[in-house]
Design a protein around this ligand. Sequence first.
Ligand SMILES: Nc1ncnc2c1ncn2[C@@H]1O[C@H](COP(=O)(O)OP(=O)(O)OP(=O)(O)O)[C@@H](O)[C@H]1O
Length: 969
Amino acid sequence: MASSGSCSNYGIVNGTSCECPPGFGGSNCSQPACGGNIFQGASRSLAPLPSGSPFANISGCSCENGWTGTACNVCQSASACQSGLSSSGVTLNPTSGLDGSNVGQNDTLVCNVAPKVYSASQMSCSVVNPTLAVLFPGSASLNILRNLNPSLTPLPNVTGFGTSGSVYAQLFYNGVEQFYCTADSCTQDLGDGDGSSNWSCQNLMCTCIKNSTFCGAIPANDLTGIINKLSGTLGIACQAPSSANNTATCAFQQSAINGVFGSGGLTLNGCSFGECVTQNTIDTLSGNSTSSSSSGPTRSKELSGGVIAGLAVVGGLIGLALLLLALGWWRQRRARRLPLSTAERSGGVAIDWADVSYFVPNTESIWFGGSLRKRRAKSDLNNYQVVLDSVNGHVAPGQIMAVLGPSGAGKTTLIEILAGKRKSGETVGNVSFPSSSDSGVSLSRAPRIGFVPQQDVLPPTLTVHEALLFAARLRLPESVSDSEKRARVDDVLERLGIARIRDVRIGDGEKRGISGGEMRRVSIGLELVAQPDVLILDEPTSGLDSVSAAKVAGVLHALAHDPENPTAVIASIHQPSSQLYQSFDQVLLLSHGRSLYCGPGGFAPATHLSARGIPYQDGYNVADYLLDVASDPPVALFQEAGRANKTVEDLPTLDAEKGEVNGSGMSRIRNTSSSRPKRRTRLFGQIYTATFLTQLEVLSGREWKILRRDKSLFFAHVAVACVLGVFCGGLYFHTGVTIAGFQSRVGCLFFLGALIAFSTLSALYNVVEIRPLFLRERSASYYSPTAWLLSRFIFDVVPLRIIPTIIVASITYWMAGLAHDAAHFFKFLFILVLYTLAMTLFNFLLACLFRNGGIAILTSALTALYQMTYAGFFVHLDSIPPVLRWLQWLCPLKYTLEALSVNEVGSGLMIQDSLEGVPIDVSATLIMQTLFGFGVNNYYRDVLVLFAFIAGFAVGVIGVVWFNVRERR
Ligand SMILES: Nc1ncnc2c1ncn2[C@@H]1O[C@H](COP(=O)(O)OP(=O)(O)OP(=O)(O)O)[C@@H](O)[C@H]1O
């Protein structure tokens, strides 16, 4: 009894014998038929075994008239089929048509010589492949039986074989069978009905005939391993036959075969087709769609699972974006409908601070110690420098206070602590903002605290009016209409005396705009338009002439004394003129971090201090007198100022206390929390006045304005891209298909990748440049970091990164003569755009991680170098020692270059060259795998990995911007 697997050529075990596929016989189906025709079945004579050879050879066999193909299975005419059938002694039953009921239909047997299959079709092709010919120079041919519906073939087990939708193929070399294959679940696709036919089958398996020429007879060329491992999907794609000789070109396609012979697979030439079938079957099946028979499984051009999944993800993301947009729009509308009354009122908030102290680590301990917290735990107080020592104060709404003191007295430090700025040192004490009931304004929301820093950080490309309107739109409630916001901006411009420079660009060091004093006033204006409840200013008059300074002081005075919205105002002043000094209601005098005086302004401080033995000469500027005292205070006065609770009223009752930080000071650090008014915070930060959509709109408006105005930036990027494109295209102009040309092609792709890796460095510099403005606006709660990042993405990444990449890549692509079809071109662009995005985000990340731009740039340049090393171009990745090899998986350029190369060779690129006169014609895929180790099927994997890099870097950038890019003074 024949056992399973004992029948060669996938013959079917039947008791003790084997049922063989057409054209084979012998006890185990291993012997090919010799001559005759397909209808003769098992009675055909078999090819002889040459003496001493275990392999039958069909070279000497010849086919009957009307039959062709290596095993004479392919009919050429209807008469051949008819005579073949009649010689077999079988007659067709005229009533047994397709469904057994079509009596009277045309059962004439005809020979279908088209690639399309109706029942079971035989095909025979020569295999003329240059790569194969190098190894095996003899003649090779391939026989294929394609069964679509073998029950419709005249003699199902003779002219057909096996199940529906199966194929059987055998390769002969110099007349001897080398290997055979089978596959099932086949579908037939007839394309556009142009006469071509594409078969796609599953579960391919092949068997190499041991010791045949291909399979071990020549050890150096032994293909056994490759052939026996062939599996998966098999494609048999045939073009329409030529009208001259009725033969067609086909391709035998499978991933491993495609890897060796090119993406088109193994080309089969001069394929002849023959299928004896009844006219009735043809007529019936032709009535169907061009695609299939009723019984054979067919498939039109369906989308692959990966593409469907990708489209689903893209669709999901678009849906999510639309949903978020709708939500943002709804929130914006709701915020705009809020009643104006609650939004409009401001002021009515006092500011109280008690026992405010501030400590910073000494310079040595910064270098040689751990964090302040760690040292604090060790109670090592000698490491601290005391910047502020138990300072108290109170400013009611409707009052304006001057914080006076010589340079280094601690004015800025105190002002920043009161304004709630993040400080790098340790702050203790209490700061509160009680709502004052007697001011007539009651607040149901958190107080708005305006802060004008000492340094002016302003957007240089905007005009004064635009900068103020930007602030008004983001900082005034949504319920205030845009026209009111504009009116408010105009009012502030008038009040600050900068209306005449309304439309002048602010400018910066590079491009001169408004003066330093005008910048100061614009900075104040940014806070005034936001209608703060408490306004805190650090040196608002520095850089102003005395008239302008008085004007600013007048504006602040008017703001404080507004009867409807009385506001508490505190300003540190360096050297006030007499007139300026008199505009303040309250004075706080600081000396070396201690408060020498805190109380009413005017002459009260002079009276107070002269009562303590420091004479005041009448007519002398009180401010100058106070600064003189604070610069070099008498020891007794300084010690007295070191006591706690030093309001004017309390001072006389205090005991003398040593004015240095000691053990008790330490206990204050531990036990007293700095109780600022709780800022309303959420998981992702503060609540902003404007809704997210408004933030995005206003930020995008500014970015667009900057881009439009600073056209040079965009055009510089485009011009550089054009030049680089022409340079790179010229360098690799019309690369050939020789081995050297192939190296140039991959070199060109590598060059583009490296170019992107380095050119995205400009994104890093860009972030470093705008960082101070972002920090100031963020600390003033203009907008959320996410809105900022999104607007930067739209107006920086797209015009300055992606468009130049597309330009340089397109010019290079066509000049270098890379794959000449649209599909490969767009796949090439897609990869480069993904890589640009990944690298831009990576450089954003570095710029946000490192405060020092130099370190960020160095890191980025070193990373680009690492990527170039691990891209696979300079060094074969498999030859890197394992301890270093794993680094390739972290290299985005490796995936980029692999995807670009696979895309290029996937266009069916064949290398044609000659080595020492020996012609070489091999698939570029083979060379690519050998030289660079790139996987031929890795394009979509690489796309996914690049997406993963983009997502990872994007999450990193968002996280770092949220948690690390914050103002810290
Ligand atoms: N984080 C810090 N690290 C080290 N020293 C600090 C720190 N913050 C403040 N100081 C020191 O505290 C002192 C007070 O600084 P501050 O800037 O508050 O002075 P100021 O009165 O505003 O001076 P000016 O009028 O010149 O601006 C200075 O000697 C300063 O060097």
